[in-house]
Design a protein around this ligand. Sequence first.
Ligand SMILES: [Zn+2]
Length: 671
Amino acid sequence: MGASAKTRVEKLREELNRHNHLYYIDARPQVSDQQYDRLMRELVELETAHPEFAAADSPTQRVGGAPIESFVTIEHRVPMRSIDNTYDEAEVRAFDERVRKNLGGEQPAYVVEPKIDGVSGSIRYENGLMVLAATRGDGRRGDDITAQARTIRSLPLRLHGDGDIPAILEIRGEVYMPNAVFQQLNKERAEAGEETYKNPRNLTTGTLKQLDPKITASRKLQFISHGLGQVEPLPTDSYWDWIQLLKRWHLPVAEKTSFAETIDEALKIIHAFATERGSLAYQTDGMVVKVNSFAQRERLGATTKAPRWVMAYKYQAEQMQTVLNGVDWQVGKGGNLTPVARLEPVFLAGTTVSNATLHNLDQIRRLDIHYGDTIVVEKAGEVIPYISQVVVELRPPKAKPIEPPTVCPSCGSKVEKEEDTPYLRCNNPACPAQFREKLKWFCGRNQMDIENVGEALVDQLVNTGLVKTFADLYRLKKEPLMDLERIGEKSAQNVVDSIDGSRQQGLERLLAGLGIRHVGNRVAFVLASHFGSLDALASATAEQFSEVHEIGDVIAECVHAFFHGALGISTVQELKEVGLDPRMERTVKPQAGELPFAGMSIVVTGSMERFTRPQIEAMIVRLGGRASGSISKKTGFLIAGADAGSKLDKAKALGVEVLTEEAFLARAEPH
Ligand SMILES: [Zn+2]
């Protein structure tokens, strides 16, 4: 058994490494994400059952180990220097002239590569094994991010070559977040009513600062190498050859990296890349021109600031000047006030821009922006337009600075500033603007899914006073709808029908639709399946909420406060009046007969694949067990899904048996 398990472990590691490479380096995956996850789970299970096979370079190390206490400072053996950069082509030519002069008239060859907009880091391999990763920090000292770097799938944990890998190999490069990952994360946050992230680079920085590598793993960071630190022995004398070696060792290098015999060729490459860069999967902000020969680099040396053999050319961000006409404070569904600049319309990077976000109060103060100011509006990549600076010289005389509102622009109640944040809030739960945003959310695809009630109609329904509460929606008749702009009899009927159809939706969707702070779809499902009805939710205490598996104290208090506030009480009452009172099966009872889990306490953690966690817990109860939230020595076993955290560690430490979802299902339904 031991020998065959060992063979299987080795086979799985090889397979997973091969799929990683196909996916992240070659961009031609051969298996689906599900198939990949299945292989990974099998390996986790085998390594758990056979701790003697554990290895630092196992692909299982990528799912993120235990959280670290704090970051340790690391001294770079070879400093990570910054490089000179310019927006001016003439300066690139001047750089070339300086290089040739310092080389006594020799013509150097250059390598030109994309400048990735990420976070610089250093990865160290010793005898082919990844041993250390560090951030750039101040160039001499950075943070140890080895645990975080292990989760970067494009970075091999062990290098494979033809015996030519240097014993000490330190590569420098850029950690970045692919555009698609960034957009997906922001989409999820927007849907949950949370503040969205500004750009992929900021989020990469934040992700690397996570003490819990499991969070880092979930953010799918990538790495591209663009330099070398300590390398012993150095296997080549030029950077171009070095890149070819990195490719051979399956280390990631930038696509569109080119060789240039002269500075003219380099500039041609830079011009071509200006239009190509938009199609890359990550953000770039320029190109870097480097002398190819290491011997020439040595002769050129460095100034106190930067090496003399490298220069970055940065592309101008797409930007235009226009005039600020005013600032609107938009009220979100949770009551946050977001300043939006109203601009004199201007054509920028393919679209007419008349609004730009000002993010929050801090941003307004930082820009010191006044009404009537001429401002510079920019658009970087896919990101929404923003104001990058104010042209102070063009400020009209007696212009007034922008002051935050003291009352909510919608309901007139006093605006409050959240402590320690730059955010303003309207805390009136009955605020019409909040309700308008909440109603849009309520009708949304993942909540009540009312197809014919879109955002524009919600605006009309709220503005005309036809709908003041969720229940009003269900009281709507065809006739008043037909008085609204652009609504004929047929579409009015469709609206009424689709609202009526939403009565079928389950308790979890209705609960999610109410827009209670911190209650997204997942939390709503957990609460709905635990309490089973609006009445049960409305009468639960805060303690009863926080006793529910997955529900923390903050959520528990918010939910309790909602159901006991005037608005929550009337919302529940009115919904019941119009016939919305869905129930969810919650009383799971043990089956009759002999039960496999009789008397056992069983814990479920991580995300499951075939069933939801509440379904698994219901299964446990049906089969005689007790679904518990915490691990102890008395725990029968732990069912661990993907991204299992501290409970898995604790189970291992206590010697509690760990099962995958599949292994559990096999025990639950023996054939
Ligand atoms: Zn308000």
